[in-house]
Ligand binder design. Structure first.
Ligand SMILES: [Zn+2]
Length: 456
């Protein structure tokens, strides 16, 4: 359904004429159409307003969100309804507000913007204009494309601190010195000599002469629409439909990373963020630093050295552990061999109850395999290890036949409720994991093994 009021076109929306209108904007609902999903089921509505202060996506700037307020008279009292606008899309020159409820065309409503989010977007967007302008004018480096970070999407609902970086893709990598100078230049334009930011509207295409319109989307009909150019003092002028700050001072601050990533051969992605994001990022980075300082018991400047020292220590400990595992495994296998030779049933077991890792058992298996094939035609060996801290463990069954392995696996499975494993279908090795072992099970297992198997 629609009514005879003509809506404002994208290009001349209230949000584009004045980017600092954040609430209380009264206007009329012009149309309200159901939005269908792929199966034809209605999933919300698309509303077009006579005019709007909610910016639809465009120019690399994401859509605003906000809410519509309706005042419904009910006798002497009035009820206020708030309807959330999750997204505003652009369809040609029309701004479509995505809402979950139907609103009758002709209804007067009040539009409100998520102000904090919009200001953040304007700081990133305007900061990008300024950064690209300085790179082009002073360093002859072209911006190929740009992407704004810090946007929550269906695919990414939780953001990490590093997700808040925007990037511009440049036609070459910058040096560390260039980045320092560019940061200083921008700081100068934020603090010492702020530049006024203005937008010039051109009503039809003829007036667009001399303006580079190559980046304007194809479905943005210039003959009907309005061409907007944004001017930052005398530094820059560019066609752009987005919402911008009024002065470079409002960018607040900029953080540009010296580490860049190389894309498409020689192009480079330069990461940056502006405004309040910089202090938010500093706070989250500080939290990580503080945790690291506490964990390592050192000052922040000592963290890299301390981590490097810890890494070396871990490598040394790991080497030492490998050495001892091999030594224990060799001793265990020698004992197992002797027990098997002495055992009439050719049954023996090995048990480690403190640090009985799978790695240790496999090392014992490796040592045992060397003599098993040469010296024993029949044998049944159980290798069992617990890790006391996690009450879990591993278990290997070694035998010359699949039948014996299967019988032992069943018997051990009746003792250990959480034993799961497989293998040894042609004899050889059956490998299992005990996800949890209780004290009673541990005692029952020791009882079973010491009764039927020679201990080592
Ligand atoms: Zn812009």
């Amino acid at each position: 359904m629609s009514m005879a009021v003509k809506p404002a076109m994208v290009g001349a929306l209230a949000c584009q004429r004045n980017s600092f209108l954040f609430g209380g904007f009264k206007t009329l609902v012009v149309s309200c159409e159901p939005k269908k999903d792929k199966k034809g089921k209605t999933e919300g509505y698309e509303i077009e307003l006579q005019d709007t202060i909610l910016f639809p996506e465009g120019g690399g700037q994401p859509s605003d969100s906000g809410f519509l307020k309706i005042i419904e008279e009910d006798g002497d009292s009035s009820v206020i309804r708030k309807i959330l606008v999750s997204h505003v899309s652009r369809s040609g020159l029309h701004a479509k507000h995505h809402v979950s409820a139907h609103i009758e065309p002709g209804t007067t409503i009040e539009v409100n913007v998520d102000e904090e989010k919009r200001i953040d977007y304007m700081q990133q967007h305007t900061g990008q204009h300024l950064l690209s302008a300085i790179l082009e004018c002073d360093y002859k480096v072209n911006t190929v494309s740009w992407s704004m970070g810090g946007i929550i999407t269906g695919k990414k609902s939780v953001l990490k601190p590093s997700d808040y970086f925007n990037y511009i893709e440049l036609n070459r990598k910058l040096t560390e010195e260039e980045i320092t100078n560019i940061s200083d230049d921008i700081d100068q334009l934020i603090v010492n000599s702020p530049q006024e930011i203005t937008v010039i509207e051109r009503i039809n295409e003829d007036e667009a002469d001399g303006v580079d319109t190559s980046k304007i989307p194809d479905d943005y009909d210039l003959s009907k629409g309005i061409l907007r150019t944004i001017h930052i003092g005398n530094i820059d002028s560019n066609p752009c439909c987005g919402t911008h700050l009024k002065s470079t001072s409002q960018i607040g601050s900029i953080l540009i990373l010296s580490s860049q990533s190389t894309v498409k051969g020689t192009n480079s992605r330069l990461y940056f963020m502006c405004g309040k994001r910089v202090s938010d990022y500093a706070k989250s980075a500080n939290k990580i630093l503080l945790n690291s300082k506490n964990l390592l018991s050192c000052s922040e400047t000592q963290i890299p050295e301390k981590v490097s020292r810890q890494t070396k220590l871990i490598q040394q400990s790991s080497k030492r552990e490998q050495y001892w595992i091999k030594k224990v495994a060799r001793t265990a296998s020698e004992k197992l061999k002797k027990k098997l030779e002495a055992s009439g049933k050719k049954r023996a077991y090995f048990m480690e109850e403190e640090f009985g890792t799978l790695e240790l058992l496999l090392q014992v298996y490796k040592e045992v395999s060397i003599f098993l094939k040469e010296s024993f035609e029949v044998y049944e060996i159980i290798l069992c290890g617990y890790e006391r801290q996690s009450s879990s463990g591993s278990l290997l069954i070694l035998s010359d036949t699949a039948e014996k392995i299967s019988t032992l696996a069943t018997e051990l499975g009746s003792i250990l409720q959480n034993l799961k494993g497989g293998g040894g279908k042609k004899g050889g090795k059956w490998q299992g994991k005990i996800s949890f072992i209780s004290n009673a099970e541990s005692a029952a297992l020791t009882g079973y093994l010491s009764h039927d198997f020679a201990s080592c």
